[in-house]
Write a protein that binds this ligand. Structure first.
Ligand SMILES: [Zn+2]
Length: 350
């Protein structure tokens, strides 16, 4: 199953490369799969992205480390991709967050069954994965729900809140940013059962991309990668028509700015690391890593990423949780519930 999916993915990728070559007007360098590199048009910052066209399960540079960051990975391919991209990230880290950039207009070939073009640059194809059937625990007493907004298709962006009068600290956790990462939503929902200190207020948004999750795609219903659509170092190459063009990132950012928590945690798969972003204390990533068994990767940034926007634009402490693998098993949820519980012991008010 997987090998056939990978094969079809590669076939489609080759077709997309050919189409890109036809549409590029000859200005771009397009390399055959032997060297596994596609260079696409420069974005508005004048920097060129180099994207791998080799995509296998788990080989997704969801988040790119900074150039000084030691890469903890077991695959040479991913390390090479990340290193290449990290140079770009470093060189553009000071760009404005509000630059107006024309939408990408590259035509896209249809995806084969079982795959989704996302983002629709023709360079990447993402596996479709169904949502997990791990049940959500009932909402305990003292919790309430509210809506942060609605998705492209009108699904509610439901927030679970454990309010506290005059909280000493407030922590927010967001999951389900990519709809094909099935363990993320049940992990965030499970946090309602953590033993929460009486002075700590929690805000949980388990599923930011309900439209993608409903069909198992990474992107939202507009085909936009939501973790490239935030305004920090936004790029036309893979960030949608414009920064914050999509209702889901707009809703998440509005919630973050309204609540202004002492920490926002963003939960993804499958890269297997824990990272405190920007000036967020190292003690946070260490606490979660020690309790969950997933290692630390320091100083991660991601162009257009929510966790980078939180730390570097909203100026709030921010963490990235990359659960290891694309599996969705109850013991994985339990490990990260333990990580979160350990985190709550060390979070300090801003
Ligand atoms: Zn993700």
């Amino acid at each position: 199953m997987r090998s056939s999916m990978v094969t079809s993915t590669r076939m489609w990728t080759l077709a997309a490369i050919a189409l890109l070559a036809a549409c590029s007007g000859g200005s771009d360098t397009l390399t055959a799969p032997a060297s596994a590199t596609v260079t696409v048009a420069p974005d508005a910052t004048g920097v060129r992205d180099s994207l791998s066209d080799v995509f296998t399960e788990g080989d997704e540079p969801d988040v790119v480390p900074s150039s000084t960051n030691p890469i903890r990975t077991t695959t040479t391919q991913r390390a090479e991709t990340s290193t290449t991209l990290s140079t770009t990230t470093t060189s553009t880290s000071t760009t404005s967050t509000s630059t107006s950039i024309a939408p990408a207009t590259t035509a896209v070939a249809p995806a084969p069954d079982g795959a989704s073009p996302c983002p629709p640059t023709g360079a990447r194809v993402w596996e479709v994965r169904p949502a997990s059937d791990i049940p959500a625990p009932p909402l305990p007493d003292g919790w309430r729900t509210e809506s942060a907004g609605t998705s492209v298709q009108g699904r509610d962006l439901t927030v679970l809140v454990r309010p506290v009068d005059a909280p000493v600290r407030t922590v927010m956790v967001v999951g389900g940013i990519h709809g094909n990462e099935p363990v993320s939503p049940p992990t965030v929902r499970a946090l309602v059962d953590v033993d929460i200190p009486d002075d700590t207020e929690l805000w949980l948004l388990p599923l930011l991309n309900p439209d993608g999750s409903a069909v198992g795609t990474r992107c939202n219903a507009n085909g936009v990668d939501l973790n490239r659509n935030f305004s920090w170092d936004w790029r036309a190459s893979d960030g949608g028509p414009a920064a914050f063009s999509e209702p889901e990132p707009v809703a998440a950012a509005a919630l973050v700015e309204r609540v202004a928590p002492d920490l926002v945690v963003w939960v993804h798969q499958p890269l297997g690391y824990i990272s405190s972003i920007g000036n967020t204390p190292d003690s946070y990533e260490q606490a979660w890593a020690n309790a969950s068994g997933v290692p630390v990767r320091p100083d991660v940034t991601q162009h257009g990423g929510a966790e980078s926007w939180t730390a570097l634009v909203a100026n709030l402490p921010s963490m990235l949780i990359e659960v290891d693998t694309y599996d969705a098993r109850p013991e994985m949820v339990a490990a990260h519930v333990d990580g979160f519980a350990a985190l709550l012991d060390v979070v300090v008010p801003r």
